[in-house]
Design a protein around this ligand. Structure first.
Ligand SMILES: Cc1cc2nc3c(=O)[nH]c(=O)nc-3n(C[C@H](O)[C@H](O)[C@H](O)COP(=O)(O)OP(=O)(O)OC[C@H]3O[C@@H](n4cnc5c(N)ncnc54)[C@H](O)[C@@H]3O)c2cc1C
Length: 483
């Protein structure tokens, strides 16, 4: 698809949400329109099956039956979990969408891993790990998402000093388009392992994963305020100097007038003498110090953005010790962010920046973001170590990740504004040798995608090899890889 058509398609999808016609055929009752967390990805599908199977044998049989039927009717298939990707990455247009709904998680202490069914949500895995004093080595925020999705997008989190989640996955079992099942790892079926890690479900269906864990423990925070331009150095120094720093993030101020001028670095070190019994995991997370109402009040209000920064930099550090278990800090629900007001939606962006170019990235953001109509709500900065396993790697060298949250109007104007801002940010980050993240809106131009993901051509060719009938498809494939 040429770029011009792609842009029209992205904008048309937002028109669908804002009241235009949905192309739903009346002849097949199974047909429906599905969406994802953006609310902007309305996609007609042939069917959505929720597989609540009691045994693994039945799950495999149900998946094989679905693949056989889809193959014979030339229908695409996509696996969807919590559908928090934001550009139809979990949806197959006019295809079969499958969601797993029977979680399973077993801990193997002697091997230092847990074995988890791909559809298991992180908060469900936590319920198994926590009583055994174990914790996922890497986990994204938030815990509503499925472990299999985390591998499929190769998400990263704020545990340090790790690379993306895939770095802590020892093996996966993958069902290919012909229904065969292969174990894939760094020593077995290695090419499939590299394709499936961050491969958005395009080479096969993940059945389960073997994931590394670390001891759960009490963590104590330290807060440091500084000029934003001093952050990158301090961030790396903190990691290098303090072997005990195990969780690390930073934030920047977001009010338009002095945008990205100040930083707060929050680092957690493990308690050297943890008590015998740890408090059980809660679904509190790390954001709790910042109330939902303060977070949401930022939409359309510059004074509220300034007040939020004061609350976060001065209030939260004084609210108690901040000591919590690793599991409780990681187990953050999306609901901590509160609900979007009617007519608006939260859209995430994420950029991975070479640390040496981080201040140039901040300058580019100061030029581009405050001019946009979208309301900038938050940026969280993290460290991501190099990933040279996944074919669609977003971190070919160590990176500082900037996770940005915007609130945008669900209108064509809101969508066009977001698209233009995204393109401008990607151009800048690309010029700095960085990359952008793929699970969000499909606003990057096709040339930007291919420049930033040089493995994309090989990914598409090998996907065609393993899935010659192109059974596994979603909007990411349709927009960037199909041609
Ligand atoms: C509020 C919020 C916070 C976030 N925080 C982070 C973060 O901290 N770090 C980070 O890296 N990302 C983060 N993300 C992005 C997030 O990791 C991805 O959007 C992730 O995909 C969400 O998981 P999900 O269960 O909703 O996946 P879905 O959107 O349902 O699926 C995502 C992809 O995984 C594929 N997939 C799912 N299950 C399978 C399977 N069994 N077999 C094959 N393919 C499968 C789907 O087909 C799809 O391509 C965040 C997103 C949001 C909205």
């Amino acid at each position: 698809m040429i770029d011009h058509d792609r842009r029209k398609l992205v904008l048309a999808s937002s028109a669908m949400v804002t009241g235009a016609v949905l192309p739903v055929s009346s002849r097949a009752q199974q047909r429906s329109v599905m969406n994802d967390a953006s609310g902007l990805s309305a996609t007609p599908v042939f069917s959505h099956r929720i597989l609540n199977t009691d045994t693994e044998e039945n799950l495999i049989a149900a998946l094989r039956a679905e693949l056989k039927s889809a193959t014979s009717q030339k229908r695409p298939v996509a696996i969807a979990a919590a559908r928090h990707s934001m550009g139809g990455q979990s949806l197959a247009r006019n295809g079969s969408v499958i969601t797993f709904a029977a979680p399973r998680c077993d801990v193997d202490k002697s091997a230092g891993v847990f074995r988890v069914q791909a559809g298991t949500r992180w908060h469900e895995a936590m319920q198994v790990l926590d009583p055994l004093r174990e914790s996922p080595a890497v986990m994204q925020s938030n815990s509503d998402f499925a472990v299999g999705s985390t591998f499929s997008v190769n998400a990263h989190g704020w545990p340090a000093p790790y690379g993306p989640f895939g770095a802590t996955v020892r093996a996966i079992r993958l069902m290919l388009s012909d229904g065969s099942i292969l174990t894939c790892s760094r020593t077995e079926n290695t090419e499939l392992f590299s394709l499936a890690m961050g491969g958005y479900g395009l080479v096969g269906i993940l059945l389960d994963l073997e994931v590394e864990m670390v001891p759960n423990t009490l963590m104590r925070p330290e807060y440091e305020r500084m000029d934003a331009d001093a952050l990158a150095n301090r961030f790396l120094k903190k990691l290098a100097d303090t072997a005990m720093v195990r969780l690390l993030y930073a934030r920047l101020n977001v009010a338009r007038a002095n945008f990205f001028s100040e930083a707060l670095l929050v680092s957690y070190t493990a308690d050297p003498t943890p008590p015998e019994g740890l408090p059980p995991v809660t679904r509190r997370g790390a954001l709790t110090g910042l109330s939902r109402s303060v977070y949401r009040a930022q939409i359309g209000s510059e004074p509220a953005k300034r007040a939020r920064w004061v609350a976060e930099t001065q209030g939260a550090p004084r609210l108690g010790s901040g000591v919590a278990t690793r599991n409780t800090l990681l187990n953050e629900p999306v609901s901590n962010l509160g609900a979007s007001p009617a007519g608006r939606t939260d859209i995430l962006h994420e950029y991975f920046v070479p640390p040496a170019r981080f201040n140039a990235f901040l300058s580019a953001c100061r030029q581009i973001i405050p001019k946009a109509k979208a309301e900038f709500l938050n940026v969280t900065l993290r460290y991501v170590a190099r990933d040279d396993t996944s074919v669609l790697s977003f971190a070919p060298a160590n990176r500082i990740a900037a996770v940005m949250s915007f609130s945008q109007a669900m209108t064509s104007e809101g969508e066009a504004d977001m698209l233009l801002m995204t393109e401008a940010l990607i151009d800048q980050v690309s010029a700095l040798g960085g990359s952008y993240y793929l699970p969000y809106r499909l606003h990057a131009r096709v040339d930007q995608f291919h420049r930033i993901y040089p493995g994309a051509e090989r990914f598409a060719a090998r996907k065609r090899h393993y899935d010659p009938g192109l059974l596994f498809r979603n909007a990411l494939w349709d927009n960037y890889l199909a041609v």
